[in-house]
Design a protein around this ligand. Structure first.
Ligand code: NAP
Length: 291
């Protein structure tokens, strides 16, 4: 929604996309202090949710921002986290968010201090639950020791499964849910790019290895497997990918970035898609052969 990492994003489309998401039965929005150089994502959400706040859960993140040169700043100092949390409530025009994460550990600050500040945000009633993003196993354990943690947000998709493998044994026996992002690997796994697709040179996706060379060819081999399954089930590749994601252990929420109402309603169609054991096995074989 902030258009920092993606082309052709407009507020008009973003607001319409949020409203369409709610109409499709999606009830979880994910934003952050740093989504937009000046809080654009929060403001778009506030506008789209006028009269609808009670229909959704809002998850927010503090701990990252931008400096005047528009370089990303990681700042996990408690005073900054509290200040930014308070500011985000104003931007969102709400008294509380449902979940507040630490966006990422700050290497300059002890994780215990940042975790205690997130706990303080919950204690003040600004957030209902607490979480952390982008941690490895030992960091997750340290964070949880200082903050009652309900959710850990990680990158996860068919090509990127290491974070899940590392964190699963840690969260399995606790009341901690996993939330994943990059389900579509920035659009590739939505299945609309053919093998010979030419990206605009301004498209930041070209900086990811998977969008180039041999990795792109192997990704397309996997997509051919997914296309065949989607065709037989009369659904879309994006729905197959989302259905597979939601069947992963402990994975309660799968985030997806959508720019238009059409994209989000396509994705939401996953609610009508069930994968059989045989289809899951074909997908797993496709992943093993190509990722
Ligand atoms: N905690 C963190 O550090 C962190 C980091 C990154 C992201 N996140 C969260 O995860 C969310 C999603 O991440 P993301 O947007 O970067 O990646 P993503 O969900 O993997 O990819 C989203 C992109 O896929 C394409 N797309 C989505 N639905 C589609 C559909 N049905 N049909 C065709 N194309 C479709 C769109 O791009 P095109 O139309 O251009 O192809 C869209 O911008 C973010 O909004 C954020 O909330 C969190």
């Amino acid at each position: 929604m902030a258009g920092i990492t993606s082309l052709d994003v407009t507020d008009v489309n973003s607001e319409a996309t949020i409203r369409e998401a709610i109409d499709c039965g999606i009830d979880f929005l994910d934003t952050a202090y740093s989504y937009g150089y000046d809080g654009r994502s929060d403001r778009v959400i506030a506008k789209a949710l006028q009269g609808r706040r009670s229909k959704v859960k809002i998850a927010h993140k503090v701990g990252q921002s931008w400096n005047e040169r528009r370089e990303r700043v990681v700042d996990g100092r408690p005073a900054t986290l509290l200040k930014h949390a308070e500011e985000c409530l104003r931007r969102l025009n709400t008294d509380y968010v449902d979940l507040m994460y630490l966006h990422s550990p700050d290497p300059q600050i002890s994780l215990a201090e940042s975790a205690s500040a997130i706990q303080e945000i919950v204690n003040r009633g600004w957030a209902r639950y607490a979480g952390v993003c982008n941690v490895n196993g030992p960091q997750a354990i340290e964070f949880m020791a200082h903050c009652e943690t309900s959710a850990i947000q990680i990158p996860f998709n068919m090509f990127q499964q290491n974070a899940l493998r590392e964190l699963l044994p840690i969260v399995e026996n606790r009341n901690v849910r996993l939330v994943c992002y990059w389900v579509y690997m920035k659009g590739l796994l939505a299945g609309h790019f053919e093998r010979n697709h030419q990206f605009s040179p301004n498209d930041k996706r070209l900086t990811y290895d998977i969008y180039r060379g041999d990795a792109w060819e192997r990704a397309q081999n996997l997509l051919d497997v997914l296309r065949a399954i989607a065709l037989a089930k009369n659904c879309t590749v994006s729905q197959i990918v989302m259905a597979w994601t939601l069947l992963q252990p402990q994975m309660d929420v799968a985030l997806v970035g959508a720019k238009t109402p059409t994209q989000i309603s396509e994705t939401a169609g996953v609610m009508r898609v069930e994968l059989s054991t045989e289809e899951m096995a074909r997908i797993e074989n496709g992943i093993k052969a190509n990722c």
